[in-house]
Design a protein around this ligand. Structure first.
Ligand code: CU
Length: 140
């Protein structure tokens, strides 16, 4: 009877050892591959805000590379109204929601936060001149 109990204990210890060793070897490749840090949501920096000024000469920036979560502020510094909106004109449906919904008067701003990986072409809904066309490239 005593022999059975001892051999049972030995088996239990053996199984526990196997489990511990198994979980360690399971972790080992993970730590070796994480030598090159991969960005995690917690490691990402705070969202940025980018400014696009709308002037009588056109846009201060026509092509903008941003990250998901970043915001773009369009400020009209021209004396006439401008209406930033996503393409295509006139429905603005490529990036739904990216639309000031009215013409901005001088010194008025419109901000939009981009929440998905996408390229959003935009234009001035009130002016078909190509100098008011641009695109916002949103990446992870
Ligand atoms: Cu339009």
């Amino acid at each position: 009877m005593r022999k059975i109990i001892i051999s049972f204990i030995v088996v239990v210890i053996f199984v526990v050892l196997l489990f511990v060793l198994g979980s360690q070897t399971g972790k080992a490749p993970e730590t070796s591959t994480s030598a090159t840090p991969t960005p995690t949501p917690n490691a990402q920096k705070a969202p940025n805000t980018f400014l696009v000024q709308i002037t009588d000469q056109g846009l201060s920036v026509n092509e903008l590379n941003i990250k998901v979560g970043d915001m773009v502020t369009f400020k009209n510094v021209d004396s006439v109204r401008h209406w930033p909106a996503a393409g295509p004109h006139p429905t603005h449906q490529i990036c739904p929601g990216f639309d000031s919904l009215k013409g901005l008067s001088q010194n008025e701003s419109y901000s939009y936060r981009f929440t998905e990986v996408k390229t959003c072409p935009f234009h001035d809904h009130l002016n078909t001149n190509s100098k008011y066309f641009g695109k916002i490239i949103v990446s992870e």
